[in-house]
Write a protein that binds this ligand. Structure first.
Ligand code: NDP
Length: 499
């Protein structure tokens, strides 16, 4: 039976019907080089539209505009409650244009429309949360013990120009993370979105203007990371880089930032352990284990890709997980409402994922379900079925390296001490899941894991009020919550002689 697709919204279709420009100093411009790039639909391989291939000169212009807006424009004089209002305006506009944004995201990165719409909601909530912070960034009065009549207080001041670099796996939400807290705290921003998925960031630029942000406060420069992103990272007039992407590029950003001792926040890769104890609520654990790794086709830094199952239930659980994946995680075009998983982002990503599955099998792993997507209807897209592998050990390549695809590696364990040790044997420390009905066991494991985010009897929950980030090579710093406010401001200590 032919698949029925939800029609692309009129506004999304209109947006992609023209070649796109990028936003510098309030103007929509071409790249200085005049070069353009195509963006394609990963479900069909079709070209959606083209966009400017910005480079060094364009980043330099954008940084100059962000600097001017930070120092001279109306921005530094705008009161905190007016900054809050601008962020709330943007949130309202995103909410009004939810369908268009969700459809653009699905066209560009392939996610099912239900998932991309949920990311719009998350983005709206994030803006509203940080709008609330704009009026609450306070210093302290400090009871100093110096002789004489002296007084000390602190102020929290914006850092200046923030460079945001985003990946393709959640493009709109990532762009919002690079705008919301930085703008709430009075910084200005130059955003360089991933080359594979520029569309929602560019539409966001239009909404930023409509919301009333002054020119130069938000600049959006498309163009490859190796040129535009690299220039932003080394730029002497950028005060901080906030980056989400691979650990390899994160390391390059640290090096590039040394020139002017930039501050850096990095949200990097992961290889998260999801631990299932035999006493868990079995059905709930099964559902959580599948969602943890197959959400967003496994293209998630927090994907629970190492599944540790207590040995008493290991064989049954792995077999049930394979059945669950087959029945529930149907693949398809993101506009097909029955699809739970869209395509991977690119042919390169598909090859990478299939390559890992192959290595996993060569190293002794057994595919219980998935491994490829051979049906002809998927021929032009980058589809891989949810893949469940058993007989994996923690030292295999597939259990050590980030795959960034819908692949889960199942491993048995015997007790708490062993599983904490195994889970921590990773260069990463971003997410982690625990399924058990035993409260003390849950907390003991949660405290033992060297990782930034842990979900007990659930997975994948995010909220703007909770800090998000990684231990070890999964990152530096935190986004969201009060920690983000601290990380986007400088603390100034002021001494006053009252005599
Ligand atoms: P990258 O880390 O290469 O890309 C993320 C962003 O960084 C993109 O905007 C990219 O630009 C930009 N970038 C690339 N090189 C530089 C540079 N030298 N300086 C500054 N910015 C740069 O990830 P990929 O998209 O290539 O994916 C590769 C792997 O990374 C994935 O398979 C996955 O394992 C991991 N990854 C992890 C993510 C996470 O959320 N933790 C997100 C994305 C990827 P451009 O798009 O032009 O290349």
């Amino acid at each position: 039976m032919p698949t029925t697709l939800v029609p692309v919204s009129k506004n999304a279709a209109k947006f992609i019907s023209t070649p796109k420009k990028m936003l510098i100093n309030g103007e929509w411009v071409e790249a200085a080089s005049g070069e353009r790039k195509e963006t394609r639909n990963p479900a069909t391989g079709e070209v959606l539209t083209t966009f400017p291939e910005g480079g060094v000169e364009d980043i330099d212009r954008a940084v100059a505009s962000a600097r001017k807006a930070f120092e001279e424009g109306p921005w530094p004089k705008i009161k905190p409650n007016e900054r809050a209002k601008l962020l709330l305006n943007l949130a309202d506009l995103m909410e009004e244009n939810c369908e268009e944004l969700s459809h653009l995201e699905t066209l560009d990165n392939g996610g099912p429309i239900g998932v991309t719409a949920a990311f719009v909601d998350l983005s709206v909530n994030n803006l509203r949360y940080f709008a609330g912070w704009a009026t609450k960034v306070t210093g302290e009065t400090i009871p100093v013990s110096n002789p004489g009549n002296v007084f000390n207080y602190t102020r929290r001041e914006p850092l200046g120009v923030i460079g945001g670099i985003t990946p393709w796996n959640g493009p709109l939400y990532m762009a919002i993370l690079k705008l919301s807290a930085p703008l709430a705290t009075g910084n200005t921003v130059v955003l360089n979105p991933a080359s594979l998925t520029p569309l929602t960031a560019l539409r966001l630029g239009e909404l930023v203007q409509e919301a009333g942000f002054p020119d130069g406060v938000v600049n959006i420069v498309t163009g490859s990371g190796s040129k535009a992103g690299a220039r932003l990272s080394e730029h002497p007039d950028v005060d901080k880089i906030t980056f989400t992407g691979s650990t390899a590029v994160g390391k390059q950003i640290i090096q590039a930032s040394a020139g002017n001792v930039k501050k850096v926040s990095l949200e990097l890769g992961g290889k998260s352990a999801h631990i299932i104890f035999a006493d868990a609520n079995y059905e709930q654990a099964l559902e959580n284990a599948a969602n943890a790794v197959f959400f967003n086709s496994g293209q998630a830094c927090i994907a629970g890709s190492r599944l540790f199952v207590e040995n008493k239930i290991y064989d049954q659980f792995m077999s049930d997980l394979a059945d669950y994946a087959e029945k529930n995680f149907t693949i398809g075009n993101g506009f097909d409402q029955s699809a739970m998983m869209g395509p991977l982002i690119s042919a390169k990503q598909k090859d990478q994922v299939l390559g890992y599955i192959d290595i996993g099998q060569k190293e002794g792993g057994e595919v219980l379900f998935g491994g490829d997507a051979t049906e002809s209807e998927f021929a032009n897209g980058h589809f891989v079925k949810p893949t469940v592998l058993a007989n994996i050990t923690n030292d295999m390549t597939i259990a050590r390296e980030e795959i960034f695809g819908p692949v889960v590696s199942g491993m048995p364990f015997k007790d708490i001490d062993e599983v904490i040790k195994l889970a921590n044997q990773s260069i990463y420390g971003l997410g982690g899941g625990i399924s058990t009905t035993n409260l003390s066991k849950a907390h003991r494991v949660a405290h033992g894991l060297r990782t930034g985010n842990i979900w007990i009897n659930t997975y994948n929950l995010l909220d703007p009020a909770t800090p998000y980030g990684g231990f070890k090579q999964s990152g530096l710093g935190r986004e969201n919550g009060k920690t983000a406010i601290d990380m986007l401001t400088e603390e100034k200590s002021i001494w006053v002689n009252l005599d």
